[in-house]
Design a protein around this ligand. Structure first.
Ligand SMILES: Nc1nc2c(ncn2[C@@H]2O[C@H](COP(=O)(O)OP(=O)(O)OP(=O)(O)O)[C@@H](O)[C@H]2O)c(=O)[nH]1
Length: 452
């Protein structure tokens, strides 16, 4: 048998009524009536005594006579309502005074009801029941609201309540924490202050549509947004918006911080574009870049130059010095190439194996030839000994250059093939050199530039 089997069942507290009257007969009558109804009772024959019992016993309701010796019922009620521990206990006055002024004064100081004397017992019972029911309902509503508030306050997600104008009504502590605001500081601000103007505008349009068309199905707008923190920094968040379905058109926005997720996503994206051995751009990055620069050159009419570079006798290098030395050699060559692709419109990439490519936007034929020759000389000047090379003591490279001013009649693949063919022509001519070609519909001249 578990310990729980021995635990006494929690019994609900019996509803307790405090009856305050200085007339013993009246007090006895009301008390026996309340007992008959199944209530627990407390009695007091003075205002002072009533206050002490109310604070100690915390009754669910007080039946209070107005005319009492010493402190009268009105003063008792005033004091009950002024004290935090008794202010929520409903007070029903019982009095022979039935002037409107007396009744109004009683309600003004916080009475819940007013029963005229002589008392009709059935009426007293009905009014007590009604007040207890009302108290029970409002207490459970309050408890629900408190529970909801606790959940919202302890949520890890940020929460905002928004008006259709974009005005922020409420933000929870997580939202304030994420955005660096003090409690309540964001209330009254606008969504415009936090989102990029175009995104904020989209939301405002969405709000107004939803308000105008109440029959529209409940939508949930979820998207990634950049939200401005109090210090001006932008923070990546998932922003999910839902209409609250309340009488007042309001929207609830949930904010989920995705900064770390975004950072690792960006890191992954960057890694996907880098060659792991040489740490320069990889073929995928190069292909995208070439495509972008090609389109730009199509629009601008500026020339575009491409260099294909292949390390000479690299098989021999590997065979004589080992694969690790081969890797180190490729890294050195890559760094040398990278140092010549410095502008935003330049890119050096490892295309595969010992083959590299360099793209130079807005670069004409002569400049490209000059660059290629400089690069060839730079590779040779690295003075990486290649014992098996029939061309030189050092590691060298063969470079093919193609320059084009692309038009709609040109083909990007053909452009690449031209540079590649030029590189193979250098190989055939003895390696360690540069061959350059102007290609495309607007060129019909071919120029060869041989180094050294
Ligand atoms: N160490 C190393 N070697 C590589 C890598 N990628 C390709 N290689 C080697 O590069 C060599 C390329 O050899 P080949 O294509 O025959 O060309 P080559 O010996 O350079 O001769 P030519 O191009 O005609 O001058 C092969 O032995 C490949 O194994 C790499 O990442 N690391």
């Amino acid at each position: 048998m578990s310990n729980l089997d021995h635990a006494p069942a929690a019994t609900p507290r019996q509803t307790a009524i405090l009856i305050v009257d200085d007339a013993p007969a009246q007090l006895g009558l009301i008390r026996s009536m309340m007992l008959q109804q199944g209530y627990h009772t407390f009695v007091a024959n003075s205002g002072e005594r009533a206050l002490v019992i109310a604070q100690r016993a915390q009754p669910d309701l007080i039946l209070l006579d107005i005319v009492l010796p010493g402190m009268d019922g009105m003063e008792v009620c005033r004091r009950l309502k002024a004290h935090p521990s008794t202010c929520n206990i409903p007070v029903i006055f019982m009095s022979a005074r039935t002037d409107t002024d007396d009744i109004v004064a009683a309600f003004d100081i916080g009475a819940s009801d007013y029963i005229p004397k002589p008392l009709r017992l059935a009426e007293v019972c009905a009014r007590v029941r009604a007040q207890l029911h009302f108290r029970h309902t409002s207490t459970s509503q309050q408890q629900q609201a408190d529970r909801l508030r606790l959940i919202v306050d302890s949520m890890d997600e940020g929460l905002m309540v928004l008006e259709p104008s974009g005005r922020i009504q409420y933000t929870n502590p997580a939202c304030n924490r994420y955005l660096g605001y003090a409690p309540n500081e964001l209330a009254g601000c606008s969504l415009d202050d936090l989102l990029a103007p175009s995104v904020a505008q989209e939301y405002l349009e969405l709000f107004s549509q939803s308000v105008l068309d109440a029959s529209a199905p409940n939508w949930r707008g979820a998207r990634e947004v950049l939200i401005r923190q109090r210090d001006g920094m932008l923070r990546a968040m998932d922003f999910t918006l839902t209409p609250m379905g309340s009488e007042q058109p309001l929207f609830v926005a949930l904010l989920h911080d995705i900064t770390h997720h975004k950072q690792s996503e960006n890191a992954l994206q960057r890694a996907a574009l880098i060659d792991p051995l040489t740490k320069i751009a990889n073929r995928r990055h190069f292909d995208t870049f070439l495509d972008k620069e090609w389109q730009r050159a199509l629009r601008s009419g500026e020339p575009l130059s491409l260099i294909v570079l292949d390390v000479d006798h690299f098989k021999g290098y590997n065979d004589s010095l080992g694969h690790a030395a081969g890797d180190a050699c490729l890294q050195q060559v890559a760094m040398a190439l990278q140092s010549h692709a410095l502008r935003a419109t330049d890119l050096a990439a490892r295309y595969g194996g010992e083959e590299f490519v360099l793209l130079f936007g807005e670069t004409g034929f002569e400049a490209a030839c000059l660059l290629a020759e400089t690069i060839r000389a730079h590779v040779e000047s690295l003075n990486i000994a290649n014992p098996r090379s029939a061309t030189s003591r050092w590691v060298t490279a063969s470079l093919g250059v193609a320059t084009i001013v692309p038009t709609q009649f040109d083909d990007i693949k053909e452009f690449f093939v031209c540079a590649d063919r030029a590189m193979y022509a250098v190989k055939e001519a003895g390696r360690n050199g540069v061959r350059a070609v102007q290609t495309g519909a607007t060129f019909d001249t071919i120029a060869d530039v041989l180094a050294s």
